[in-house]
Design a protein around this ligand. Structure first.
Ligand code: SF4
Length: 115
């Protein structure tokens, strides 16, 4: 039996899942879906920053446009260390397309104008 906290919404249901992935404790179907995914193929949206030139700040906040497999997180972070964006950047601008062939783009989460 595994215990998990659902992170899909702020209610944070405490759930249990058995070996056959029968889930209890979830207040809605999304919790069971999350629990099964978490136990079979966990994914996460990666949030971080990358270097930026020509802006008032030296770091640009970014995130992946979709969850990536958990085992890719370290490699995604390594790729983010290699990239330097250039101002101006708008929210949603793609900084790295289809990072590591995960199907997710790395996108800007903050607008940074050129200084
Ligand atoms: S199970 Fe449903 S209600 Fe409970 S935290 Fe997850 S999404 Fe929210």
């Amino acid at each position: 039996m595994r215990e998990l906290v659902c992170i899909v919404c702020p209610r944070g249901c405490h759930m249990k899942a058995d070996e056959e992935l029968n889930v209890t404790g979830n207040a809605c179907p999304r919790g069971a879906q999350y629990a099964r995914a978490e136990l079979t193929h966990p994914t996460r949206v990666v949030t971080s920053t990358v270097r930026i030139t020509g802006a008032p700040y030296t770091r640009l906040p970014v995130k992946t446009s979709a969850p990536v497999p958990k085992e890719f997180i370290e490699s995604v972070m390594a790729e983010l260390c290699k990239v330097t964006a250039a101002a101006p950047v708008h929210v949603g601008d793609v900084i790295i397309k289809n990072i590591l062939s995960t199907g997710a783009d790395v996108v800007a989460t903050r607008e940074l104008v050129a200084k």
